[in-house]
Write a protein that binds this ligand. Structure first.
Ligand SMILES: [Zn+2]
Length: 398
């Protein structure tokens, strides 16, 4: 053990302390400070490091070194021998305690019921839990009910330091990341696990555990869960988003799913109707175009790339001309004198691949395609295309 007093083990609820600076080393990211006492928990056992301040200066990270020393990373140096006042971000720490204790109940109950191990564990805005065997969503929901029952029973969470003789007889869960003396966290009739993290005194403080998702992962499952403060934040976020959807769609709270499905069905019907109208329009438009030209030019409004290509393809297949060029002028936008003009050119005769580059050069554009069809954008004005396109194309055609 280091000589530093690890106050977070003596009292995990202690949020401020005074200590003497015992060393201050310059490192790449700032200064590593060691203290006579600390309630800053160093990252370990799946639990992130505490946040907070020393004399008002932010503690950026807290790590346990190989020799067991706990170092506090700061941006400013501290004088060795001076006294500092430390404060941890209690809200952050308590949330970690709620979530860590919640995870123990979940892992313990799953281990009891299915024999699976917790093989990966990560705490951030959500808790990610990897289990060594498969589960169904219904089985997971049953675990969620049992976990919350343990929470509402308000059972004590006991920290045990068993002797070697005692530990021989004990059946406890153990993860890879063990640090120092064997420290067991016991939640009666739910879990017994070796752990170096900080925990709440009673399960009731966890408040709630909620599973968010489950996917198959490396022969087992990866579960996302939230507890305590994180569960409340998650509830808030989802409620706010539901309320926005409700207001936008004029739905009652329990009608959202059905209401959205109805709107999507209606939207799909509209899409089909629009497609049928477009088809009809294309047929009529193509019929109205002259069929005595070698090169046919047509301007259309408001077509996206796919619609433009479809229209050009129908026009080409109609046999009206051996080269059909369809243009669509984008709305002019501020600061751009020449709005982009999308083009799609189809040919049943000449090889368009051979003229693509020359056309782009002539009308300041880019794009390309096959021998039968090229597509792209010209940055020129409509008038120039109307008056010069046919002449330019004829000159460059092979
Ligand atoms: Zn733990």
């Amino acid at each position: 053990m280091s000589e530093m007093n690890e106050l977070f083990y003596k009292n995990p609820y202690l949020a401020s302390f005074d200590a003497v600076v015992t060393s201050c080393e310059t490192v790449k990211k700032g200064y590593e400070i060691t203290l006579s006492d600390t309630c800053f928990y160093p990252e370990g056992g799946g639990q992130p490091a505490d946040l907070g301040t020393l004399n008002g200066i932010s503690v950026l990270d807290v790590q346990r070194k190989k020799d067991d020393t706990i170092v506090h990373l700061t941006a400013s140096p501290f004088e060795i021998g001076s006294t500092v006042h430390g404060e941890i971000d209690w809200h952050h720490r308590f949330s970690l305690m709620q979530n860590h204790s919640g995870e123990h109940i979940v892992s313990g109950l799953i281990h009891k019921k299915f024999g699976y191990d917790n093989v990966g564990y990560h705490m951030s805005d959500v808790i990610t839990l990897d289990l060594s065997g498969p589960l169904t969503w219904d089985e997971l929901m049953e675990i969620e009910r049992e976990t919350n029952q343990v929470i509402w029973d308000n059972r004590p969470i006991n920290i045990l330091y068993p002797s070697d003789a005692e530990i021989e007889k004990m059946d406890y869960r153990s993860k890879k990341e063990l640090c120092g003396t064997i420290r067991l966290v016991e939640i009666p009739e739910a879990d017994l696990c070796a752990c170096c993290g900080t925990h709440v005194y009673r399960t009731g403080e966890i408040g709630l555990v909620k599973f968010l998702s489950m996917i198959n992962y490396k022969g087992g499952v990866r579960i996302e869960m939230v507890a305590g403060d994180l569960a409340l934040k998650d509830y808030d976020k989802k409620l706010n988003s539901n309320q926005v959807i409700q207001r936008l769609l004029c739905l009652k709270p329990d009608e959202i799913a059905d209401g959205v499905k109805k709107i999507l069905d209606e939207s799909q019907k509209k899409d089909l109707k629009i497609a049928a109208i477009n088809k009809k329009y294309n047929e009529l438009k193509i019929a109205s175009l002259p069929d005595d030209r070698e090169i046919l030019i047509d301007f259309e409004d408001d077509l996206n790339g796919i619609e433009l290509r479809k229209f050009c393809d129908s026009l080409k297949n109609s046999g009206k001309a051996s080269v059909c060029a369809v243009f669509c002028v984008s709305e002019a936008y501020p600061g751009n004198e020449l709005p982009p003009i999308s083009y799609c050119i189809g040919s049943t005769g000449p090889d368009l691949k051979k003229v693509s580059k020359a056309l782009n050069d002539a009308f300041n554009g880019r794009g390309g395609g096959s021998s039968e069809m090229i597509q792209g954008t010209f940055y020129t004005d409509r008038e120039k295309l109307e008056t010069e396109f046919s002449t330019v194309l004829k000159e460059i055609l092979p």
